[in-house]
Design a protein around this ligand. Structure first.
Ligand SMILES: Cc1cc2nc3c(=O)[nH]c(=O)nc-3n(C[C@H](O)[C@H](O)[C@H](O)COP(=O)(O)OP(=O)(O)OC[C@H]3O[C@@H](n4cnc5c(N)ncnc54)[C@H](O)[C@@H]3O)c2cc1C
Length: 501
């Protein structure tokens, strides 16, 4: 069978991740042709990731140290949330488990039992390798031996978003992907089927394809502008619709975690890279003007600014379907969830994975399209609930913004999850996907959603043995982390940044 002509519309992170993956993983089955317009440019933010990106890079045969040097990346062990439950609170959502990560009963159940019995045990984050390393500013790659505590954490990267796409571009082109520079001014559809047949550039030339991947960013050139796929608007739960982003110099240690600090009308990120620190105030324009947000981020950034703040606009939600006719939306073209938990690049990766798994062998069928849409909806919906939890589980009422999110109605799916946790500390289990038990536990407890009871099986061991075991575990974790290298020193040795090509 002739190779399928895959046209990728857009050359941001989504476009080049798609082109690199399809060219690498379906060699000989597809001709990949990417169209992008330098005049339009890319969104250029998106610096913090989730651990899943490592498997994406590995599948493409990317050398980690080389990639980190090229994108000036740092390691990320989790996210520190400051001032979320109450002003003055701080907790880390770690990548990895609490406790040794083995056993039938969740570790936090034993911890809850001891707390509920009034027996002194350290805070839960003392039982997480990732939290302890992050607080001590240490780093080492995890062990592959599941018996070791050094295997109980994961990590992701914080990198320069403007450098990842060019890095992938070199890989995609080396593996046969073609690139055309130019602005698309028209999209042509088949009169009978409604499928897209070609995109037309300003100079009148047309690029034809069998399958189109819409990576055109917020403009959503194919899914929205051409096919009119409706947008499901989630802004009644996720109010933020603007971000004022501003890079600054790094003053102090390069931390192996992303900072997410609550602000009066939203929150700000602090993402340390090797050469600078990214900052941004994500806020709701119902409560704060763009000018006020720009001033606030300038005042809050912890280093000298490198560029003036710039404002990005967005809306929370997703296209009702991500795959319509012969067009698959990947990245911002298919939806957007604010970067509170660094999920956008993860969603791009999941979309590409699902597309590769369901890649049409011959004509596109409805069943494959439906299955794709089901998988993507599931990912979006779960992340949506997880994000809403951060807002709803707060005691803050110091501004109308926090008062609204604290008291707003939440989706039934989230209300049920919260009720289960409040009763006995149970976390709804997912077999696959993002944000497993430890993530939910970290945010629930970090934001003062405290269970009344616990799993009764956690009552079996004696209290004395549990307390002694926990104290030893916390000490072991502390000792291991203390023996690790400083994060900044690790970066300088492992992947010192290099100048852009
Ligand atoms: C404030 C903010 C912070 C973020 N932080 C994070 C984060 O920490 N972590 C994370 O994972 N994600 C984050 N994201 C999301 C992340 O930036 C995006 O998911 C990622 O950059 C992918 O963008 P994209 O490729 O879909 O779109 P874009 O980067 O906008 O690329 C669109 C492409 O389409 C092309 N294009 C558009 N129209 C045309 C046309 N007519 N003709 C030809 N080409 C065209 C453009 O030239 C460009 O190449 C953040 C987003 C925002 C807004």
């Amino acid at each position: 069978m002739a190779a399928k002509r895959v046209v990728v519309v857009g050359g941001g992170t989504a476009g080049w991740m798609t082109a690199a993956a399809v060219a690498s993983l379906l060699p000989g089955r597809c001709d990949v042709h990417l169209v992008e317009s330098e005049a339009i440019g890319i969104v250029g933010v998106g610096e913090a990731t989730l651990p899943h990106i490592r498997s994406f890079n590995e599948r493409l045969g990317i050398d980690e140290a080389d990639f980190m040097a090229a994108t000036r990346a740092t390691f990320k062990l989790g996210i520190e949330f400051v001032d979320w439950g109450r002003i003055g609170d701080s907790y880390i959502h770690p990548f990895g488990t609490f406790g040794p990560g083995t056993g039938e009963i969740d570790f936090h159940q034993f911890w809850l039992r001891l707390r509920q019995q009034g027996l002194g045990v350290p805070d839960l984050d003392h039982f997480s390798m990732a939290c302890t390393m992050a607080r001590m500013n240490r780093f080492a790659l995890p062990s592959t031996d599941p018996r070791r505590l050094e295997s109980t954490f994961g990590y992701a990267y914080q990198f320069d978003a403007t450098l990842y796409a060019p890095y992938l571009r070199a890989i995609a082109e080396a593996r046969g992907a073609r690139r055309t520079e130019g602005r698309i001014v028209a999209v042509h559809r088949d009169g009978e089927s409604g499928d897209v047949v070609s995109v037309q550039l300003e100079d009148g030339s047309r690029i034809e394809g069998d399958l189109f991947v819409d990576c055109s960013g917020f403009v959503s050139l194919l899914l929205d502008k051409t096919l009119g796929e409706p947008f499901e608007d989630w802004s009644k739960w996720l109010l933020n619709d603007r971000a004022a982003a501003m890079p600054c110099r790094t003053e102090g240690a390069v931390t192996p975690f992303t900072g997410v600090i609550a602000m009066p009308y939203g929150w700000r990120w602090r993402i340390p890279l090797q050469h600078r620190t990214g900052n941004g105030y994500v806020f709701s324009s119902q409560f704060l003007s763009e000018e006020e947000a720009m001033r606030a981020i300038e005042a809050a950034a912890e280093g000298e600014k490198i560029a003036d703040p710039r404002v990005l606009r967005f809306k929370a939600g997703r296209r009702r379907r991500s795959w319509v006719h012969n067009c698959v939306g990947v990245g911002l073209a298919s939806g957007f969830l604010e970067p509170l938990e660094s999920t956008s690049i993860y969603l791009i990766q999941q979309a590409i994975t699902a597309l590769l798994e369901l890649f049409p062998d011959g004509a596109i069928t409805g069943v494959e399209r439906d299955e794709y849409n089901r998988l993507i909806d599931l990912e979006y919906d779960r992340i949506r609930d997880f994000l809403i939890l951060h807002y709803h589980a707060t005691e803050r009422a110091d501004t109308p913004y926090w008062d609204y999110v604290r008291t707003m109605e939440i989706p039934d799916t989230l209300a049920e999850k919260m009720e289960l946790f409040r009763r006995r500390g149970r976390v709804v289990k997912y077999r696959e996907g993002v944000f497993l038990d430890a993530s939910w536990v970290a945010v629930y407890l970090g934001q003062r959603v405290i269970p009344q009871g616990h799993d009764l099986r956690a009552d079996a061991p004696s209290a004395e043995s549990l307390v002694a075991g926990m104290r030893k575990l916390a000490g072991d974790i502390q000792g291991i982390a203390a023996g690790m290298e400083d994060h900044g020193a690790y970066l300088r040795r492992y992947c010192p940044m290099r100048e852009a090509a």
